[in-house]
Each structure stands twice: as structure tokens, then as C-alpha cells.
Ligand binder design. Sequence first.
Ligand SMILES: N[C@@H](CCC(=O)N[C@@H](CS)C(=O)NCC(=O)O)C(=O)O
Length: 238
Amino acid sequence: MAATNGDAPKITLYTNHRCPYAHRAHIVLKELGLPYEEVIIDLERPRDPWYLEVNPRGLVPSIKFNGEIITESAIVSQFLADVYPSPLLPATGGVDAALKRARINFFIDTWNTKCNSYWLQITKKDTDEEKEALAKEFVGIVSKEIEPLLKDASPFFGGSSKVTLAEAITAPFILRTYAYAKHGILPQSVIAGFNTLPNFSKWAAEVIKQDSVTYIWNEETTVEGTKKRIAKMKAQSK
Ligand SMILES: N[C@@H](CCC(=O)N[C@@H](CS)C(=O)NCC(=O)O)C(=O)O
């Protein structure tokens, strides 16, 4: 492939800056220092037929890499990290690299399967009591599942001084969790609870201030958009 022969790849990222999944691809591209062209997809209206040809599921993100389409944020991120070995992810080959990749993938899997759905579940609850109860459960799960995996973070996963794929995949959700608690979408008790987790809170504070994580982030528009989406979801469920 041309990219591995030293030629600059031609990358188009189909994205929307409010989407946490697309955010993953932005982080990876920035960490790898890869130039890319951006095409913003308006998610407020039905997808144009041309975009359904790019991604028949109609979702963002998608990338076009030297003419090849790749979809699904985790797959896009892993693909780019595999083409360009970097501190994000060691290249395959040998047990040490395989082990590091396995550890990173386990962290990502743990966040995705055990923790990531809580924020949405909490916002769907009607009463403060229900929200607080679920917030407590969320903090409990992060404490049980994630806190031990960050014991050697320094400041990033596995003792890495640079952002790894573990951060690139989870950062959009960590960032939103803190922002949503700050703006009343989630209970403040989530952050108070996180603050009792030394490994997680130290790690998260580093993650959410990285340039690669913040360069497309617009807290105001994301928070407003999320509030509208929650209101619409609640109205539809009545
Ligand atoms: N599993 C997908 C999820 C992507 C996703 O849900 N993207 C949302 C925006 S955050 C989307 O494109 N929604 C368009 C729609 O539902 O119409 C991924 O990881 O890429």
C-alpha cells in the first residue's frame, strides 16, 4: 500500500463534530499527524444518496483512505493505528507487542461493554432519585472495572507517556461525561464519585486536556445539541 512506502496518503474523513464516535477518528488522525480532508455530514436530516454509497449504514465516521472506504469508528481507528505504528499501538510481531495490544483492547472492551451506556441510561431516568441511583452504579462499575486497569498509567494507559488507542477510543466519552455533569445533564455526583478514584481521576484529567482530544471539541454546541436530543427522545417516549 502506498502509505507504507512513505507516500502521504489521501484521507477524507466524513464526520460530524458533535459525534463521539467520529471524535475517535479525529483523535487518531491528530495523534498520527496525518493530514486529512474533512466532509461534515449533517445528521439532522436524511443522508444524501452519495453518502449512503460511502457508508450504507448512513453513520459517521467513515474514511476514504487512498480510495478505500473504511467505516465504524473502532475499525477506522485500529486501521490507521495499524498502518502507522506509533505510541498509539505497537505494531504486530512478537509476544510483547501482542500482549500490549491485548491489554489495550481489553481496556477498550471493558469501557465499551461495562461503562459506556450509563450516561444515556441516566439521562433517560425521570426523577433525580433514579438518576442518582444509576450515577452511583456507574461510579461503582468504573471503580471495579476501570480503576485497577489504570494502576500503572503514567499518565496514559500501560505507563505510556503518549496517548494510546485506549485513550483515543474512550476519550470522547470521558470528555462528554465531565462536560455533561458540569452542565446538569448528568448528576454532579458522577464527578464527585470519580474524584474518589485516584487512578481514574488522574488519568481522566490528563486525557481531557490533550490537544488531539480538544481540537474539534465545542462544549457549548455539543451540550446544547445533547440537551435537545434528550428532550426529543423523552417527548417521543411519552
Ligand atoms: N458504531 C458506530 C456508531 C456511529 C454512530 O452512531 N454515529 C452517529 C452519530 S454520533 C450517526 O451517524 N448517526 C446518524 C443517524 O443515526 O442517523 C461507530 O462506532 O462508528
